[in-house]
Design a binder for this molecule. Structure first.
Ligand code: FBP
Length: 345
């Protein structure tokens, strides 16, 4: 990219005329600035007193590391100074009420995938921004289509900000010397048909029939009914998987499965699936539970889980095709239907 475009100038240009534009820009800038602090903390790790040890349990029973708590505090402090009425964080049971007159609500996973940090693998911050309705709590229970912006930061070899705003998905990289994010890819589009999948295959015995059928077809490749031999990736870090999909396509699956606690999947609707779905769709991809479009779903509880299948349109549609008409939702059997009739035929 020839011209150096900073996040700030990009925000000025893309939301200048939108009614909530300045408020949305302020929230994005606050998260981006806070992410620089989180990136520094992660980069220094034990040198900055981050032990990576468990320091508690969050509202949903997940183990919390000291870095989860620190990232939550940093993001929360940054968002307190922005026009946000309600803030839902993965680390708190209920939304926090901030400025009652403010026009926006934010859902955030301050540090997703912190279990990866000891291995020096990329982790991230995921955020979702929506206009506040009459009632702050019920704003969070509107469908994902209510979001006006979303995105995520990847703390990896580079600190990367992926931003879905004004119908476009743009990628910024942190210029560490200047301490600012610089635009590196504008209007990103996901390849529509990349034969690459990502799933935690160790859970195969817990999957329900359609998911097994889909993955078996991918693995059979051109030796089966497939038109292509598939490649596989699994990083175990949602932000890193999502960035890979934006860069080179493919499909990511974290389905529901038969394990206790996984019957609605693992990932959270409000601060993981909804924002990822907005990013995917605005980049020309798709996001689904296998049966329903993620953006049309409304949460029933703040930390509701949901199956998430996202990425290249072809991959997501194929996964939806194997789910078609198969009930009940969590069918743990090998579906004979798919043994007879191949997905790709
Ligand atoms: P948390 O919501 O508990 O932070 O976990 C999210 C996550 O780390 C994702 O980033 C990743 O896709 C997934 O869990 C990996 O789960 P698993 O270890 O079951 O494969």
């Amino acid at each position: 990219m020839d011209e150096r475009v900073t996040l700030r100038s990009h925000l000025d240009n893309s939301v200048r005329d939108a009614p909530l534009g300045p408020a949305v820009a302020a929230v994005i800038e606050a998260i981006a600035t806070a992410s620089i602090e989180v990136a520094d903390l992660i980069a220094d790790g034990p040198l900055a007193g981050i032990t990576g040890r468990q320091s508690g349990v969050n509202s949903d029973g997940d183990l919390q590391k000291d870095i989860d708590v620190a990232a939550d505090m940093i993001m929360r402090r940054a968002l307190h100074a922005t026009p946000v009425a309600g803030l839902l964080s993965e680390e708190a049971e209920l939304p926090e009420f901030l400025d009652a007159a403010a026009p926006l609500c934010v859902a955030i996973d301050p540090l997703d995938g912190s279990a990866n940090l000891e291995n020096n693998i990329s982790v991230g911050t995921i955020f979702s921004i929506r206009p506040r309705g009459n009632d702050i709590i019920s704003t969070f229970f509107e469908p994902g289509t209510a979001q006006c912006a979303a995105g995520f930061v990847v703390y990896g070899p580079q600190t990367t900000l992926v931003l879905a705003l004004s119908g476009s998905v743009d990628i910024f990289i942190l210029d560490r010397r200047a301490c600012e994010f610089v635009l590196t890819a504008r209007g990103v589009k996901i390849a529509p048909n990349t034969p690459e999948f990502a799933i935690n295959a160790s859970n195969r015995r817990h999957w329900h029939g359609p998911v097994r059928a889909y993955i078996d077809e991918c693995l059979a490749g051109t030796h089966g009914n497939g038109a292509a031999d598939f490649n596989m990736r699994w990083i175990g870090s949602l932000v890193a998987e999502a960035l890979r999909i934006l860069v080179r396509g493919g499909v990511f699956l974290y389905p529901a499965d038969a394990r206790p606690g996984y019957r609605e999947g693992r990932l959270r609707l409000l601060y993981e699936a909804h924002p990822m779905a907005l990013v995917m769709e605005w980049a020309g991809g798709a996001a689904s539970t296998g049966r329903r479009r993620i953006l049309e779903l409304s949460a029933r509880t703040p930390h509701q889980r949901v199956p998430l299948i996202m990425g290249s349109v072809r991959g997501v549609r194929d996964v939806e095709a194997v789910h078609g008409g198969i009930e009940p939702l969590f069918d743990d059997s090998d579906s004979p239907l798919f043994a007879r009739r191949g997905l790709f035929r």
